[in-house]
Write a protein that binds this ligand. Structure first.
Ligand SMILES: [Zn+2]
Length: 315
């Protein structure tokens, strides 16, 4: 199956409805954007009931609050308030409680974990995963043992529920995932460098996971965005696409409603295309629907089959 996904931050149902009508079949719903819990649950249930694969997505690094002391990473000198100790099962239980509740109450199908951090001033996740936590629980374990335990505990908590993951870097949780939401394709598209190099790494570790390529909507004009989605649809190097967007598909984006905040000012400088997608291109969703209807056609035929076998060596 070819995945046609969309990441939802600051949901706007007018746009989600149009996307689903246009053939979007997977919604990764961010649980860290401040939307009230009851509202998120209603949203997930609505699209789940329409047959969409709903994937509530949480961030490993907590941007909004400091973790309990016992759940914090200890670097030997300091506790890191927003960063987790990898062997804390309490942390995992709390992290997954909402997405697991949604899955178990038939409002969602899978769980998403985003490795990236959104804490201002904090370094990327990778900077911590290189080092062992030195808390009482962890101090006799190596980095690899700690991360391995972390992945095992997440898998155990999920049971049979599939995991989608967005490993920005150092993705030690690859082996427990079902779908890799690739972020290396946000702006540039290269079948080997951006996609197969990493699937090759997974294969070496005997991990088989589906690879779907993210494309960042604020980096492209609407026409070029559709072109990029088409390159993905027509490529055997990948198993799907997902729309990554801050404000092109939502009137409720924080960057739109509070452009005066320092964070918005900084972010907006790096986003060349900020208008709503259908304001720039009124026929966008019709074009998207036409593209999605042609997925099977594009992904069949002798030439696609040959390339698929060739890429299969790397995948
Ligand atoms: Zn620890």
């Amino acid at each position: 199956m070819f995945h046609k996904g969309m990441y939802i931050i600051w949901p706007d149902e007018l746009y989600i409805d149009q996307a689903v009508k246009a053939g979007i079949d997977t919604l990764l719903v961010n649980l860290n954007d401040g939307t009230p819990r009851s509202e998120t649950e209603r949203l997930c249930r609505k699209y789940h009931d329409q047959g969409v694969t709903v994937v509530p997505t949480v961030a490993l690094v907590q941007p909004n609050y400091a973790l309990e002391d016992d759940e914090q990473f200890f670097d030997g000198t300091n506790r890191i308030p927003h960063y987790y100790c990898p062997t804390s099962s309490e942390r995992i239980d709390k992290l997954l409680s909402v997405p697991l509740h949604l899955c178990k109450s038939w409002a969602a199908n899978a769980v998403g974990i985003d490795d990236e951090d959104y804490v201002p001033g904090m370094k990327y996740h990778e900077n911590y995963t290189q080092y062992p936590c030195q808390c009482q629980r962890c101090k006799t374990l190596s980095v690899d043992q700690q991360r391995s335990m972390h992945a095992d505990m997440i898998r155990q908590a999920l049971g049979e529920i599939p995991l989608y993951h967005m490993p920005h870097i150092n993705p030690y949780i690859w082996r427990i995932g079902s779908v890799w939401c690739n972020e290396h394709t946000y702006e540039k598209w290269g079948a080997y460098d951006r996609v197969l190099k990493n699937t090759r790494k997974m294969k070496k570790k005997t991990i088989s996971t589906r690879n779907i390529s993210g494309v960042w909507a604020e980096k492209f004009s609407a026409h070029r965005y559709l072109d990029r989605l088409k390159s993905i649809v027509t490529s055997p190097a990948t198993d799907g696409y997902w729309i990554y967007s801050h404000m092109r598909f939502s009137r409720n984006s924080l960057w739109r409603t509070h452009p005066e905040t320092p964070e918005a000012i900084e972010t907006l400088k790096s986003l060349p295309y900020q208008s709503l997608i259908d304001e720039e291109m009124p026929a966008f969703f019709e074009e998207l629907r036409a593209l999605n209807r042609r997925v099977d056609k594009y992904r069949s035929g002798a030439w696609f089959w040959i390339l698929d076998k060739l890429y299969g060596f790397f995948k």
